[in-house]
Design a protein around this ligand. Structure first.
Ligand SMILES: NC(=O)c1ccc[n+]([C@@H]2O[C@H](COP(=O)([O-])OP(=O)(O)OC[C@H]3O[C@@H](n4cnc5c(N)ncnc54)[C@H](OP(=O)(O)O)[C@@H]3O)[C@@H](O)[C@H]2O)c1
Ligand SMILES: *[C@@H]1O[C@H](CO)[C@@H](O)[C@H](O)[C@H]1NC(C)=O
Ligand SMILES: *[C@@H]1O[C@H](CO)[C@@H](O)[C@H](O)[C@H]1NC(C)=O
Ligand SMILES: *[C@@H]1O[C@H](CO)[C@@H](O)[C@H](O)[C@H]1NC(C)=O
Ligand SMILES: *[C@@H]1O[C@H](CO)[C@@H](O)[C@H](O)[C@H]1NC(C)=O
Length: 413
């Protein structure tokens, strides 16, 4: 009798301690390519976390749990729940009791797109992180209020890490920021799922948000235009650094950071964001298609989705030899004639996106004083130099990082 009493007492105390010590994170879209990479990074960084993957298909979910367990090398810390985020009932029950929600089940458009954020704020989770990028979504999301959640939107690699790096690069120059350029490279799909092919095609039909002569504007017929070649290294880097990613073609695409970070910095000149891929022939083909196919076709699911399904086998095949590396470069000029830049590269785009989501989330959970509850973009959350230094250190020292450097460069080298 006494023994049973003591035992149950121990259970109650231990249970209480466990629920204080171990935090629960829901990854919506956790059975996808980015979702599993996020889960793996979480469990590697903090072995005491409980990760719950969520998606509609239970079979796909179980395969994802197996993949995560296998990579992390232990089981029991990752499970799966069937949940369609468009269902209020399923989503409410999935977020209940969670310390954090990471939403990577794009594409963040459609009638219920804001539901995961709404319900996470209503449930009062500590941290909410997503990889959204449509400007309409960001506008609506940033109007939402919260009493207890710190939410960060656009928190992948780009947009995400790139927004924070842009704030850093701008801080290296004296004077007011004039021009701001984001340049990205991803080999093939970079290990991400096919939803990315859909999104990329769809983007060719969209107006491009950017700043021109200090004014935020939406530019029609600009996505896909040639931005020239970009060096993903510094001029004084040694040969091995130069050869890692090298010099790549870049074309415009509607990334929101060319608009949101430029507005945050109140730039006096122009901003643009663009990307390129490998093999190089894709860049030429895409630019050609953008010239001959009417913009309104790209905006239809029939054309963009059809193109994605048509090209998917070819992209998957070429991905086998181009790998999934990625790189980014951010360039800034200031109105007193200074220039600065940052270059970052990683072995795997997919891992880099996953690690970014996980690191942003952990930083919010671990530094509760980071900000008042609310909905933020990365450039808002890491405007402060000290907070920025902390997150950049986390984002640029993860396994698989092949380069990171930021510096002031003078125009006349
Ligand atoms: N910012 C960045 O740097 C960056 C980079 C790469 C990708 N991304 C974004 O990351 C997102 C995911 O990409 P991915 O490559 O991981 O795609 P993916 O492999 O196709 O995964 C999508 C996941 O979402 C789930 N899902 C889809 N609709 C759902 C719904 N209604 N309810 C619940 N779960 C749902 C899918 O599972 P079920 O089908 O079983 O539901 C799957 O687990 C995309 O939005 C992409 O734009 C951002
Ligand atoms: C936030 O606080 C206000 C005022 O105390 C309250 O009316 C509201 O319901 C709260 N919202 C949430 C999401 O908890
Ligand atoms: C930004 O990109 C534009 C267009 O590609 C280019 O003309 C300009 O020189 C670039 N500026 C910087 C600072 O890289
Ligand atoms: C060249 O770069 C590599 C990778 O950053 C570094 O390990 C090496 O020491 C560098 N060599 C020189 C001569 O700077
Ligand atoms: C942006 O910069 C201009 C010129 O310096 C200044 O007049 C304006 O007030 C600034 N706007 C904001 C929102 O800081």
């Amino acid at each position: 009798m006494l023994r049973a009493l003591i035992l149950s007492l121990i259970f109650v105390v231990a249970g209480g301690l466990a629920s204080v010590g171990s935090r629960h994170v829901l990854i919506l879209g956790g059975s996808g390519r980015i979702g599993t990479a996020t889960a793996i990074h979480f469990l590697t960084r903090d072995p005491s976390l409980h990760i719950r993957l969520a998606g509609r298909n239970a079979q796909r979910g179980q395969k994802a749990v197996d993949e995560v367990n296998r990579e992390v090398g232990r089981a029991g810390w990752c499970d799966f729940v069937s949940c369609d985020y468009t269902s209020e009932v399923e989503m409410s029950s999935a977020v209940e009791g969670m310390d954090a929600v990471v939403h990577v089940a794009g594409p963040f458009v459609g009638p219920n797109a804001l539901r995961p954020l709404q319900l996470s704020l209503a449930a009062g989770v500590g941290a909410y992180v997503d990889v959204s990028d449509p400007i309409e979504y960001l506008d609506a999301a940033r109007k939402m209020h919260s009493n207890s959640t710190v939410a960060v939107l656009c928190a992948g690699a780009f947009p995400g890490m790139s927004n924070v790096l842009a704030m850093e690069v701008a801080s290296l120059c004296d004077g007011r920021t004039k021009d701001l350029n984001f340049s990205y490279f991803t080999a093939g799909l970079g290990g991400s799922g096919t939803v990315n092919l859909d999104i990329t095609n769809y983007g060719f039909g969209e107006p491009v948000p950017r700043c021109v002569e200090g004014e935020p504007v939406l530019v029609d017929d600009y996505a896909g235009s040639d931005l020239g070649r970009v060096n993903f290294y510094f001029d004084d880097d040694n040969v091995s650094d130069r050869e890692r990613i090298g010099n790549r073609a870049c074309w415009a695409w509607p990334f929101p950071e060319a608009f949101t970070v430029a507005s945050k910095l109140n730039i006096s000149g122009s901003s643009r964001a663009g990307m390129g891929t490998a093999p190089a022939v894709w860049n030429d083909m895409l630019r050609l298609l953008v010239e001959i196919v009417p913009r309104r076709w790209w905006r239809t699911a029939a054309f963009s989705g059809g193109m994605a399904r048509f090209s998917e086998p070819l992209v998957k095949a070429t991905d086998l030899f181009v790998g999934e590396t990625h790189a980014m470069r951010i360039d800034v000029t200031s109105d007193v004639g200074e220039r600065s830049a940052a270059v970052q590269s990683h072995e795997s785009f997919r891992r880099c996106v996953g690690q970014s989501c996980a690191e942003f989330c952990l930083d919010i959970l671990n530094s509760k004083s980071i900000r008042e509850p609310g909905v933020y973009l990365p450039e808002d959350l890491y405007e402060d130099a000290e907070a920025r230094e902390r997150i950049i250190k986390c984002l640029t020292t993860t396994p698989g990082t092949t380069a990171y450097r930021s510096a002031k460069i003078y125009a006349n080298k």
